[in-house]
Each structure stands twice: as structure tokens, then as C-alpha cells.
Design a protein around this ligand. Structure first.
Ligand code: CA
Length: 609
């Protein structure tokens, strides 16, 4: 291989990193802080007072029940600096970036080409969800629903907003109204903390208009409604049996901050929603968001989450909130009209629960129109729609029981074998029928958040000195990502990796290169880059494994910036992985390295999942 060829080859390799990367950004200069003990305790109050007094951070929002506080820097500090400043504060339980999450539909270019005839046909006559090859039996369920007299269960659409003026929602009276709020009087009549919130809230603009400036949320809301009635055919439309609560926390680009997601979840629960549809997510674990999902569970709500559109395995590469192991949460994969997994859909035998139609689904779009979208974003609301019909039949049924009935009533399909926990695709009729005939079980399992992810302390300890025992501890945490950084290359010897070497000549050619095929992941701050490495160089280090382990040798990974202009080195240590029964390399980059890679990967911010 010529020098030129070598360089070109490695460039492609770095491009692969970019394509496969799971990048999640955060709001710069913001953090979410969990304080120890009770929110009313002296230590909590004095912490909040202290940081504001010192003019380091200003308080944006507090969730007192969780002793959780959203701060913005008032001192020009970066998020990274705020994290460093406060993680060791004795009053702080944890501090994390205000991560940004994304909607989970797939881009037009990625959509399946050509609608299935049966699905398109069904769409034009019946709402788009019933077809012969993958019958979810929605229409069969409609004929057994009770008369429309009971209270309507409320489904919160935590999304980009909803075009609540759409004819479909208006004619069916499907939009939730806050009866305790007087419109336009400038007062918070019901004392829920929101002025004139007559039909939900816009957490992006912090106002009472949760309109949809994207199209995602309107489509999602239409699917929820469309599970229970025909939304596509012309008038007259029947009155809905459910209510849609529009909660906008994703902006016009489909992105939204953790702090707003937490607030939307609280609004939903505190204002009567029993089903929360969440067609969004991201790869970074947020303990604060985890607590919000647990809060919804404590209120016996059903939390429905899209599994993600990366075609990846959530068991090993989790997506949140779908990945939280809260008992009242269901993570939804997307299926096609032939009951196979949609090509984009994430899966996971342990952590993704059930399949639901999400390829080319016809539903409402803003401006009184209809259109097709694909994604696990479209699969999740079908489950929310089923849950709503079940709660219409059995208003006292809690989210946990609803979830289990949906799972047990779903149809086992070959295409989901080994892919999702139930290995099944939803069935509306079975779920509704089963809800009608089941007695209400008010109980639900106790749940407390277990620290099953890398804590900051553990990650920090990694800097102090790698040891085989530490890797064992890290390896037992079932695929969760470290907060700081860990790269474990499951290779039986030390590596000196060249992502790209611009300098040609003797220095590089002196070393042998080895063809390998292994996954490598780089976590830097809130970013996760992953890809496959297929070339390594011994780079001057002699790789006698035992020798290196004994000496605790330092390994360096060189990363060149995508445009080739910059280059950094990351130090790592050879360690033994009990889990993999192999030696690997554990890297612990410092702040400068993280900041550099951060800058290089800034362009990845806009990449949707
Ligand atoms: Ca209010």
C-alpha cells in the first residue's frame, strides 16, 4: 500500500466514525443539579444561595420534589467548567449537562420507497393502520368499544407541538382543554404555575401556544387519535374517546433540552395525563430525566418511548428515555406492513419491548393536511393510542397493568424474533378486549432508581490509575456509557492507533500495521463516537501483552481532525477485562482532549438520531 493510499484509506475510516456517531449535544453554559437530601433543607437552600451570590449561576427552574435544579451560567462559564466546579461540592448529589434530545422520525430520503398497496389503500379508507398482511385489528376494536359517555383519558404529546386547529382534532373535539383556566385573563387561574394554559404549554417559547412549527408532533397526535377512530375519511367525524394534551418541548428543528422535557413530563402528570407519548430521545444518560420518568411512574402513568432510528441494538447502545428500566415504560420498535422490523428501527431483546407499525404511516400534518412519515416516532403513538382506548374502557387501570396487557395481547411475529422482548407486534383488538374483561389491579412494583451507570466518581477514579479490577467493575454495568471516557478495545495486545497520519516518511513506515476488525467507541463529554477500526499500527510500542500489563504501560491513540488540520493524542492504559476475558486499552483523556474533540465534532450537532 502506498503512502497516499494509506492516508486515503484512513480518511474513509474517520468518515465512518462520523457516519456512525451518536452525537448528543447540550446547552452550553447550563447544568442540571441534583442536591442531596430534601429541597427544603438548609444545605440545599444554601447551595442555591451561594452560587447565585457568587454570580456563577442563576437558577432557571427547580423541581422541589426531586431537589433538582436547572442553572444557567451567569459568569460566562462553560458547561464543562460548571461540571468541574460543582461535582465535588458536598451539597451536590450529581450535576449533569442539559442535554438536547431529538425527534425520531426518519428523513424523507431514508423513507421506504413505494408505499405498500395494502397500507396505502387502508390509509385512504380507515386511518392507515389496518392491513391484511400485518393486522393490528384497530377497526375490529372500534366495534367493541363502549359508548362514548365515560371520561376521556388524556394523552400528553410531548413533542414539537400539535396543530390543534386541524379539522380532524376540532371535529372530534380531541384537544384537551384546561377547564380550570380562564382564557386570556393573564392569570394563572388554577395555580399550576402556567398563565392561561388553556390547552397545554409551549416549553420552547415559554408561552401558552403549543402549536406545531415542525410537523412531527401533529403527525404523532393524529396516530394516537387514529388508533381509536377513522381520522382520514371525510366528515362527519365521530367524537373522540380520548384527549390530546399538546406539550411542545422540541423546537422547529425537532430538538429540545432535558430541562424542558422534565418540565413537560411534570406538567403532563400534574395536569391529569395518564399516558405520555415520547417520540424522541438521545444517547446520553440523564439521571435527572430518569427521575422525571420515575415520577410519572409514581403517578401510575404509562410512559411510551420510541426506541430510536439508528438500526442499532439498544441493549448495547442505549437510547434514552427508551432505555430507562422504569416498570411503567414501554420502548417501541417499528415494524413494516409485512411484520418485519423497519430497516431504521432500533431493537433490543432486553430493553425494547414490542413492535408497532412505523413505516409509511399516514396521519395529520399541520395546515389541515395529511401525509406519510416513518420512524419509531410513528410506532410509539400507536401504543399510546391503544393505551388510551384501554383506559377509556377501564379508567382506573394503571399504566403498569395497561402495559402488560398490551404486551400479552400482541401477536408473535417471526420478524421480531430475537429483536424485541415480547417478540411481538401490537394488536389493538386483543388489548382492548383484554382490558374490558380484566379486573383492575391497582398495585404496581416498587421502583427506585439504581445507580447502574458509571458515576462521576468512578469515572474520575479511572484517571488515578487503571487496574484490572476497575475494568471489571465498569464492565458489569450492562452497556451503559461512562460519563467521562472509557474506550475498551477488546484486543489481546496494546495498540497504537493512527486515525490518520498526515506526515509521511520514515516515522510511520517504520512500524508494522495490522488488519483488525473491532469496534471502537470514543466518549467525550456528552458525545459518543463509534465505528469500526480495521487498521492498527504498533507504532513503536512493543506489544508484549504481559509485559505491558505488568508495567501498566501507557497507550496513545492519535486522532486527526476530520479536515486534517489538527491532531491530538489520548493516553490509555493496558487493563484486563474480566467480562471479556481479554486485555484492552482504557483511555482517560483530559479536559483539553475533550474540548478539542468537542470542537471537531461540533458539526455533528445537527445530526438526528
Ligand atoms: Ca394555569
Amino acid at each position: 500500500m502506498s503512502n497516499k493510499g494509506f492516508v486515503g484509506f484512513l480518511f474513509v475510516q474517520f468518515a465512518l466514525f462520523s457516519v456512525l456517531s451518536h452525537a448528543q449535544v447540550y446547552r452550553e453554559g447550563e447544568v442540571i443539579v441534583k442536591l442531596k437530601g430534601d429541597a427544603k433543607s438548609t444545605s440545599a437552600a444554601s447551595f442555591v444561595g451561594k452560587v447565585q451570590m457568587e454570580k456563577q449561576m442563576s437558577l432557571s427552574k427547580s423541581w422541589m420534589g426531586m431537589n433538582l435544579h436547572h442553572f444557567k451560567a451567569s459568569s460566562g462559564h462553560t458547561t464543562q467548567e460548571l461540571l468541574e466546579m460543582y461535582k465535588a461540592d458536598p451539597a451536590v448529589q450529581y450535576v449533569e449537562p442539559n442535554y438536547v434530545f431529538s425527534k425520531m422520525d426518519v428523513q424523507e430520503a431514508d423513507s421506504v420507497t413505494g408505499l405498500s398497496e395494502s397500507q396505502a389503500q387502508a390509509s385512504s379508507s380507515s386511518g392507515g393502520f389496518s392491513h391484511n398482511t400485518a393486522p393490528i385489528q384497530a377497526e375490529d376494536a372500534w366495534s367493541v368499544l363502549s359508548a362514548n359517555a365515560a371520561a376521556k383519558p388524556i394523552v400528553a404529546i410531548i413533542d414539537t407541538g400539535v396543530d390543534y386547529g386541524h379539522t380532524v382534532f376540532q371535529q372530534s373535539s380531541a384537544i384537551w382543554q384546561n377547564d380550570d383556566e380562564i382564557a386570556g385573563n393573564g392569570l394563572d387561574d388554577d395555580g399550576n404555575g402556567y398563565v392561561d394554559d388553556i390547552r397545554g404549554w409551549n416549553f420552547v417559547g415559554d408561552n401558552n401556544d403549543p402549536s406545531d412549527d415542525n410537523n412531527h408532533g401533529t403527525h404523532v397526535a393524529g396516530i394516537v387519535l387514529g388508533i381509536g377512530q377513522d381520522i382520514v375519511s371525510t366528515v362527519p367525524r365521530a367524537e373522540s374517546r380520548i384527549l390530546i394534551m399538546p406539550l411542545k418541548f422540541l423546537d422547529s428543528q425537532g430538538s429540545g433540552a432535558t430541562s424542558d422535557a422534565i418540565e413537560a413530563i411534570h406538567y403532563a402528570v400534574n395536569n391529569g395525563a395518564k399516558i405520555l407519548n415520547n417520540s424522541w430521545g438521545g444517547p446520553s444518560y440523564s439521571a435527572a430525566l430518569h427521575e422525571a420518568v420515575a415520577y410519572a411512574y409514581s403517578a401510575k402513568a404509562f410512559f411510551v418511548a420510541a426506541a430510536g432510528n439508528s438500526s442499532s441494538n439498544n441493549d448495547s447502545t442505549p437510547i434514552y428515555p427508551a432505555g430507562y428500566n422504569v416498570p411503567g415504560l414501554a420502548a417501541i420498535a417499528s415494524t413494516t406492513n409485512t411484520d418485519s422490523l423497519s430497516f431504521f428501527s432500533n431493537f433490543g431483546l432486553a430493553t425494547v419491548h414490542v413492535g408497532s407499525p412505523g413505516s409509511s404511516i399516514k396521519s395529520t400534518l399541520p395546515g389541515d393536511t395529511f401525509g406519510f412519515l416513518s420512524g419509531t416516532s410513528m410506532a410509539a403513538p400507536a401504543v399510546s393510542g391503544i393505551a388510551a382506548l384501554m383506559m377509556f374502557e377501564k379508567p382506573d387501570m394503571n399504566g403498569f397493568q395497561i402495559k402488560n396487557i398490551i404486551f400479552s395481547g400482541s401477536n408473535s411475529v417471526v420478524g421480531l424474533s430475537g429483536k424485541v422482548n415480547t417478540e411481538s407486534r401490537i394488536n389493538v383488538f386483543n388489548a382492548v378486549r383484554s382490558a374490558q374483561t380484566s379486573s383492575v389491579d391497582p398495585s404496581q412494583p416498587a421502583y427506585t432508581i439504581s445507580v447502574d451507570q458509571f458515576s462521576r466518581d468512578l469515572a474520575s477514579a479511572m484517571d488515578g490509575g487503571a487496574a484490572c479490577g476497575l475494568v471489571k467493575a465498569l464492565g458489569s454495568s450492562s452497556g451503559a456509557l461512562p460519563y467521562l471516557t472509557l474506550i475498551l478495545l477488546a484486543l489481546p495486545f496494546a495498540l497504537y492507533l493512527h486515525a490518520r497520519v498526515r506526515k509521511t516518511g520514515s516515522n510511520r513506515r517504520r512500524h508494522d500495521r495490522f488488519v483488525v476488525d473491532t469496534e471502537v467507541a470514543i466518549a467525550v463529554g456528552d458525545r459518543m463516537l463509534s465505528g469500526r477500526v480495521n487498521s492498527i499500527s504498533t507504532g513503536g510500542a512493543r506489544f508484549q501483552a504481559e509485559d505491558l500489563i505488568e508495567r501498566g504501560s501507557v497507550v496513545t491513540m492519535i486522532i486527526t481532525s476530520p479536515d486534517g488540520s489538527g491532531r491530538i493524542e489520548v493516553q490509555g492504559n493496558i487493563v484486563w477485562s474480566e467480562q471479556n476475558q481479554q486485555c484492552g486499552v482504557q483511555f482517560s483523556p483530559d479536559k483539553l482532549v475533550k474540548a478539542t474533540v468537542e470542537a471537531w465534532t461540533r458539526d455533528l450537532k445537527k445530526e438526528a438520531l
